[in-house]
Design a protein around this ligand. Structure first.
Ligand SMILES: Cc1cc2nc3c(=O)[nH]c(=O)nc-3n(C[C@H](O)[C@H](O)[C@H](O)COP(=O)(O)OP(=O)(O)OC[C@H]3O[C@@H](n4cnc5c(N)ncnc54)[C@H](O)[C@@H]3O)c2cc1C
Length: 377
């Protein structure tokens, strides 16, 4: 189906992104797996290709593009088989919106050039070992001491957490408060007291999902983004964007899974006939194709509304809920059509199936999306 609402420059960016992943990401998958994940070179090459920091205003050296570019990047990443193993990778670029939207001039001048070139990658540590969905219950503190904040606490399940150079740490500057006591503070990842390790996850086998520890980490108060107590507002300012890019990724992955499955069932013969010739296979594929078409239409409509600043919070939640569940449903049907070949660890469809499971949990579980939707009833 023809996509709605995309301009020629968006389509050009899509072609660049697709060619980039085909050229730089997919052929290196075996190496990434051996070395434990994507490397800094991929970020730099993405910077050279003009794929990063698409929202950075022209006065800071960027293209001043809208969020559509991030969604396209996520969709094209989702289309790669490799990203089922390498994880969120370049999607961590979404954090640039925090800096562009809420950072001050000095912070932008300090970090944006490196973000654009791919020298700097970012992470947004909010979740903690004991606190996920109930974000305002975080325990990490950033207490003022002279001209510094001293940060103490643990963060868990952080995308790009082990390899990011810059962390937007969400901490309580007023631990007596819940949401109103939360602030976002920039921490350079090499600051003394920061320790990081990768968590081995079920999907995204060599992705970077990190556990971070902050022990008496001292950063200047000038690293505060926005104002003290503005943390929740800043986070909520990224919720819609996050849901849109995850929807893009789900759409890309489901589309790629359909292509892989079609290629397989057209070749595979059972009882003398191709698997695609069974009417049951055709029905399953018809359902998959319809699911993908609905996801595409929903995402494109949400993007049109988002650009017009008319996308509501509960619509964003519906998008995340529907597209993540859609990806899971599609991948399940695809694996079934592969039979045993779809269950081998090394089979792309098997990896994509496992990776799809993550989407219903991170960035707000399906249940939390339903809570948000129910609030708008
Ligand atoms: C791969 C990956 C990447 C991630 N990246 C990041 C990142 O970059 N930064 C970051 O800060 N976090 C990140 N997270 C954390 C992620 O956002 C949390 O895992 C998610 O918010 C859920 O929190 P939790 O895991 O603590 O589950 P919990 O909050 O413990 O939830 C457990 C169960 O309870 C349910 N539940 C909770 N509240 C309700 C409710 N009110 N009503 C009904 N059911 C409820 C949940 O839906 C879930 O089924 C990532 C997670 C993963 C898996």
């Amino acid at each position: 189906m023809t996509r709605i609402g995309y301009l020629e420059e968006h389509e050009q960016y899509r072609r660049t992104a697709r060619a980039f992943f085909d050229r730089e990401h997919e052929p290196n998958l075996l190496r990434y797996e051996k070395e434990g994940g994507i490397d800094a070179a991929l970020w730099r090459k993405a910077g050279e290709a003009g794929l990063l920091g698409s929202c950075v205003p022209e006065e800071y050296g960027g293209a001043g593009g809208d969020f559509t570019y991030n969604v396209i990047l996520a969709e094209e990443l989702g289309r790669t088989v490799g990203s089922a193993t390498t994880g969120s990778s370049l999607m961590a670029d979404i954090a640039t919106h925090i800096l562009v939207g809420f950072g001050n001039d000095a912070q932008k001048r300090r970090y944006l050039p490196g973000i654009l070139s791919g020298e700097i990658s970012q992470a947004m540590p909010l979740t903690e070992p004991d606190v996920g969905s109930d974000a305002t219950a975080i325990k990490t503190t950033a207490m003022r001491d002279g001209d510094d904040y001293v940060i103490n606490g643990e963060k868990f399940f952080i995308s790009n957490g082990k390899s990011a150079n810059v962390l937007y740490v969400v901490a309580k500057t007023d631990p007596t408060q819940r949401g109103r006591g939360m602030s976002v503070i920039i921490v350079d990842a090499d600051t003394p007291g920061v320790e990081r390790r990768k968590i081995k996850m079920m999907g995204w086998g060599c992705g970077d999902t990190g556990a971070l520890s902050f022990k008496d980490v001292r950063v200047p108060v000038s690293n505060l983004i926005g104002a003290e107590g503005q943390g929740m507002q800043i986070l909520m300012g990224t919720f819609l964007e996050d849901r849109l890019q995850i929807a893009g990724r789900c759409l890309g992955a489901a589309s790629a899974a359909l292509e892989l499955t079609l290629a397989y069932v057209r070749e595979r013969k059972v009882s003398g006939q191709r698997v695609i010739d069974f009417q049951n296979s055709q029905f399953a594929l018809a359902e998959i194709k319809t699911d993908i078409a609905v996801a595409e239409a929903l995402l494109d409509t949400c993007m049109v509304k988002f650009r017009a600043k008319a996308l509501s919070f509960d619509e964003g939640a519906m998008l995340k809920l529907w597209t993540t569940e859609m990806e899971g449903r599609v991948l399940d049907k695809c694996v079934q059509l592969f039979g045993g070949a779809g269950l081998m660890d090394e089979a792309p469809i098997s990896r994509m199936y496992t990776a799809a499971r993550i989407q219903r949990v991170y960035a707000g579980t399906s249940e939390l999306q339903k809570v948000a939707i129910a609030k708008g009833l």
